[in-house]
Design a protein around this ligand. Structure first.
Ligand code: BEZ
Length: 253
């Protein structure tokens, strides 16, 4: 497993190829149930589409993300967005709730991230999040392993992702001082309207960057060729095998 992702985040590319990420985030915002006047921290806010939804409910939201281009896009929406990696949260007992969608699986060490989130919350505050769960994009990851193994590379060593089971993440949350109210794995087949190639560019640079530049496009094409009979439907739509882990936890004490 790679220690830190070197994925390059472009807000324009994300909006063009990954707009489904916030679009599918509505149930997580519903689980958060933001109230007017609450102070809420959004960890890994991306371009701020969901942060804006939370702010529209009347909450006072601080949004953080490690990627400057995404934070600039969030600020352009009028949000209080700051460039702060999830591993470097320096808030102290300030927030009624912490929210996160489709971001935690990029962050490690998880212990550091969860400790920062726990520190940021007032006692009794809630942590509501969704991330990739166990078996997320399993077919895609197996294809990476097959294609890169032919080039002498173990894809698992390059993976920037952490997709835990509910039992594994419950244990992490409890170790960080949370009482888990609910946690569940939610399979969510995800249409990739832009296709698998643009998805690979947007999310999977870490797997292809170790190859010489001229070998990256053929390797990506090989991944697409392997997966097409599995992930493309009869109409030509790619549907990725997403699996989410969604939870609501309360900070003890
Ligand atoms: C996800 O949000 O589940 C995800 C994002 C990037 C790569 C793989 C999965």
């Amino acid at each position: 497993m790679a220690e830190l992702s070197k994925q390059h985040w472009s807000a324009a590319r994300y909006a063009a190829t990954a707009h489904f990420v916030p679009a599918f985030g509505a149930p997580v915002v519903e689980l958060l149930a933001p109230q007017p006047g609450e102070r809420i921290l959004d960890v890994g806010c991306g371009d701020g589409v969901l942060t804006a939804t939370i702010a529209a409910a009347g909450a006072d939201v601080v949004a953080v993300d490690a990627a400057p281009d995404m934070v600039a896009a969030a600020r352009a929406k009028g949000l209080d967005a700051r460039v702060v990696p999830g591993q470097s949260l320096a808030f102290e007992r300030e927030f009624d709730a912490v929210f996160s969608n489709a971001a935690l699986h990029w962050m490690r060490p998880q212990e550091t991230v969860l400790a920062g989130i726990a520190r940021a919350l007032k006692p009794g505050g809630r942590f509501v999040a969704e991330m990739g769960g166990h078996n997320n994009t399993a077919a895609i990851q197996v294809a990476f392993r097959a294609v890169l193994a032919k080039r002498g590379i173990e894809a698992l060593d390059l993976s920037p992702w952490y997709f835990p089971s509910s039992a594994a993440y419950r244990a992490r949350l409890e170790a960080a001082g949370f009482r888990v109210e609910e946690i569940a794995i939610v399979p969510r087949p995800t249409p990739l309207e832009a296709g698998l190639g643009p998805w690979l560019d947007t999310f999977a640079e870490d797997f292809f960057n170790p190859l010489p530049p001229e070998k990256r496009i053929p390797a990506k094409q090989e991944v697409c060729d392997l997966l097409q009979p599995i992930l493309m439907d009869e109409t030509g739509l790619w549907i990725a095998d997403y699996v989410r882990l969604r939870f609501r936890a309360i900070l003890s004490g």
